[in-house]
Structure formats: C-alpha cells, structure tokens
Design a protein. Structure first.
Length: 334
C-alpha cells in the first residue's frame, strides 16, 4: 500500500503535485532549500487552480532527508540541480521506494533498465560523471512525463491552469501493480495519470515539444499559441519536431503524437510562457543541456545530424549567456 509521499523541489511542478496529494488527505512531506524553505515554513504551500481562491497547505518541510523511508519520492528539480539533490535523498529511499523524476528533457536514466547497444551508458550532457546513474537501481525509478501548466509567483504562490496530466511507466518496461496503483491515486487526487508500458515513447514525444518550443521562446519571447500559429515560427517548430522524430525512430521509439496532434496541443495551451522562458526572464540557469544538448548527443551516438536543432540550441545558448551577463551587471538603486 502506498502511504508516504515526499516531494523534493517545490517549484511550480513539484508544488502542484504536492498540493493535489495533500488536498486529498495523503501524508506528504516536502524537501526545499534556501529562501523557498523559509517561505514554506512560514507561509505553507499556497496553491490556486484556475484562478480560484488560494488554498494553504501546512506540510512538514525540511532541507534534509529526515522524514524516514518513503513509499514514493517525486523529484521535481531542474536537470542541472539533480547532482546535488538526488544523492542527498538516500536516507529516505528503501528497496521498494518509487522514485519519480518530474523532468523535462532527456532523463539521466535513459539507458538504464533497457537493452540495446548503449545499455547502461550515461547521458553525458546531464550526468557527465555517472553520479546520478549510480544513485538508484532501475527497479527504483518510475519514468514520468509531465504535461502541466503551472507558474510560481514572486510571492511564492503556485498557480496552475487547465488539466494536469502525467504519464508514468517502469523504465525497465515491466508491468508492475505498483505503477497502476500510483496512477490511480494521482488520478483520484485530480492529476490525470496514465501508465505507458514503453515510457520512452512518451519521453521522446514531450522532448520533441520541449525542444521545438523552449529555446525558440527564449529567442523570440513568444507564447506557445504564438509559436504554433505564426507561420514563420510554426515552420521552425515543425522542422525541429521532425528532426527529433527521426532520432527517436532510430532508437526504436514510436512517438505518441503526429505533427498535427502536437500543433493542436500547442495551440490548446494558449498564451502560456514556457518554463525555459520563465527561467530566462528570472535570470535562472536554463535546461538547454537536458532539452537540447542531450538530444544532439543521442543523435551523434547513432550518426545522425540535426542541423536546424543545432542552430536553434546555439542561438538559445547565446541569448541565455547574454541574459546572465545582463543580470550580473545590473545594479539595484539604494
């Protein structure tokens, strides 16, 4: 029976998952650091869905893994933050603990729990020293693909809009009752959750959407609906999606959406700013390694080129570096 939940990383996505579970009466603890830890200790987890009145959840929160062995740990951090976060969660991870990384981009575990030429390899762009690969066994990892529209306001409130959806699956491809039990619990809590026997199919599908829109949003400032309706932007988006599809196919993956279905999904998202654009405007590091560089790495492993994707990533990196230089040189008046 799944009873104890921890969410490590209480940004927009982690906070949304924690709020839904807490709102359904589940035992949820939080791991946070720095100012976020302080705010959660003082104000609690403040969450609002679709502009409704905010709900405040008072939950146990710490910057240390001192809540005992958990049944499920959701790891909701950016890919570049994992190397300092994941190893520290070890005291809460038992042999039967399910660790569910809520990530964008190519996950560090991609070559774990799977056969083929590259079985057991690390993804250098996100796990250059194999640190993450050595933290967990494949049997402890539940792959997860996130479709959520949520933002955290400067005051620390999390605001979610529309339907919240997750796809989960064992990274080994095994069919285990625990995965279906977790999906049922999340769905009953309000997060529509399905199980995919081949979770990598969903990983590549979301990856195509992320890579086609996130760097472009940093370059142009465009919302999702703008990227999927403006003819010039849509041309870039479509080209990159198809380049990603070619790499996925070479790895034996069948993406779960056609190009037309992805365009429809992007338009349905409305005037929403990608998480990468939100980070760029806040002066935070971008997930370009996980969302972009890692895909180029996987393509190179099998001898494929992604010319338009490569150019998009290079321009995105230039904009990111320019933005960080601007943040670092700004002086706040007294």
């Amino acid at each position: 029976m799944i009873e104890r939940y921890c969410v490590a990383g209480i940004g927009a996505i982690g906070g949304t998952v924690a709020a839904y579970l807490a709102g359904s009466g589940y035992d949820v603890s939080l791991i946070a650091r720095g100012r976020r830890l302080h705010d959660l200790q003082i104000d609690g987890l403040v969450f609002a869905q679709d502009g409704a009145m905010p709900v405040r959840h008072r939950l146990p929160v710490s910057d240390r893994a001192d809540f005992g062995i958990q049944d499920v740990i959701f790891v909701a951090a950016k890919a570049h933050q994992l190397v300092t976060l994941l190893p520290g969660l070890a005291p809460m991870i038992g042999p039967d603990t399910m660790v569910v990384p809520l990530l964008n981009g190519v996950p560090w575990w991609y070559f774990q729990g799977a056969g083929g030429t590259f079985a057991g390899d690390s993804v250098k762009a996100v796990d250059p020293h194999g640190t993450l690969k050595d933290c967990l066994s494949p049997q402890q990892i539940i792959g997860c693909v996130v479709y959520m529209k949520a933002e955290m306001t400067p005051a620390g409130m999390i605001s979610a809009k529309g339907e919240q959806q997750l796809w989960i699956g064992e990274i080994s491809g095994e069919a285990r009752p625990r995965t279906h039990e977790l999906a049922a619990i999340l769905s009953a809590s309000g997060i529509e959750t399905g199980v995919r026997p081949q979770i990598r199919d969903e990983v590549w599908t979301k990856l195509a959407l992320n890579l086609a829109t996130n760097p472009l949003s940093v370059i142009t400032g465009a919302t999702l609906i703008e990227q999927f309706t403006d003819p010039k932007l849509l041309s870039f988006v479509s080209t990159i999606i198809e380049e990603v599809r070619a790499v996925a196919s070479a790895y034996g993956v069948t993406m779960t959406m056609t190009l037309d279905e992805m365009i429809a999904k992007g338009r349905k998202a409305g005037a929403f700013h990608t998480s990468m654009l939100q980070d760029h405007r806040a002066g935070r590091p971008l997930e370009l390694d996980a969302i972009g560089v890692a895909v180029i790495e996987l393509a190179a492993k099998i001898g494929l080129r992604m010319p338009e994707t490569q150019r998009m990533i290079e321009v995105g990196l230039e904009h990111a570096q320019r933005g960080m230089r601007r943040i670092n040189t700004e002086v706040t008046p007294c």
